[in-house]
Design a protein around this ligand. Structure first.
Ligand SMILES: [Mn+2]
Length: 285
């Protein structure tokens, strides 16, 4: 079985983090292939150094357990969210950190719902090129274009890196019909520090990362590559501050669409995921 980092699978009981691969892809609107995201990220993660220089730690020694990929063929979007809800709920109840690998962004809502039940003050930090605030898209409320509308039904959020918004989303946002705040990529770059972002977050937070929040020059493998995105360093600085100042109860990385023969996207994704785990473990140790 494929595991994150290609390490010998530690026993579930002894693990601090649980990788939940879920390559669900049903409602994707443009380029397809995100169903292969989790597999590609795990494959690329085998090339990471297990030692993390920034935190001076070996996060894998704390136990990172990878669940096997589930059979998701033919699952309705509602059922897919329920599946994720159950998996994340179990992980939280066992006192572990859920790390969800997508798959399309619509699955995150199930994860947030479970985290919100366990941590009632929960807020969500979203990294994304898109607001994902449509109420429905192409006839479905579960489309990835509605991901944040569904998440906002469970928990308030702060979106960072947003640079592509439809007029109907703008309307929802301006009329405050959403329990969230958007920080456009331009506004983000005008900040001298991250205090204004962190102040909007409660103690317990969930992080949802849409791969397209990053610039396509570093992660070209996404369904909708929007130029002008966040750099690795900008995002890492933000995540480092957020993790230091808040309690991250779970996170996901979604919407990666591997490009054959071009491993930059999945390698960068694997690095980001391991770095977040490293920072969370470091803080809680
Ligand atoms: Mn998204």
């Amino acid at each position: 079985m494929k595991t994150f980092l290609d390490i010998k699978q530690p026993p579930y009981e002894d693990s601090r983090a649980v990788i939940i691969p879920f390559g669900y892809e049903k409602t994707v609107s443009y380029l397809k292939g995100t169903s292969r995201g989790p597999g590609a990220i795990m494959e690329a993660s085998s090339q990471l150094e297990l030692y993390d220089i920034q935190t001076d730690s070996e996060p894998h020694l704390m136990g990172i357990h990878t669940l096997s990929e589930t059979e998701i063929e033919g699952l309705s979007p509602e059922k897919a969210q329920d599946f994720i809800y159950d998996a994340v709920q179990k992980t939280l109840n066992d006192g572990k950190l859920p790390v969800l690998l997508g798959g399309e962004h619509s699955i995150s809502a199930g994860s947030v719902r479970a985290c919100k039940e366990k941590f009632p003050d929960l807020t969500v930090l979203q990294i994304d090129a898109h607001a994902d605030l449509r109420d429905s898209y192409e006839g479905s409320k579960y489309s990835h274009a509605c991901a944040m509308s569904r998440i906002a039904e469970s928990a308030p959020y702060v979106g960072v890196g947003i640079r592509s918004v439809g007029t109907e989303e703008l309307d929802a946002f301006k009329k405050k019909r959403t329990a969230g705040e958007i920080i456009t990529v331009d506004d983000f770059r005008r900040l001298n520090n991250f205090k204004s972002i962190i102040d909007k977050l409660t103690e317990n937070i969930y992080i949802t990362i849409d791969a397209d929040g990053y610039d396509p020059s570093i992660i070209p493998g996404v369904g909708t590559p929007e130029p002008g995105g966040l750099t690795y360093q900008e995002t890492d600085n933000l995540l480092s501050e957020v993790i230091t100042n808040r309690n991250v109860v779970g996170f996901d990385f979604v919407e990666l669409r591997p490009i054959t023969g071009e491993v930059r996207s999945e390698f960068t994704a694997a690095k980001i995921i391991y770095k977040i785990i490293a920072r969370i473990f470091r803080k809680n140790n």
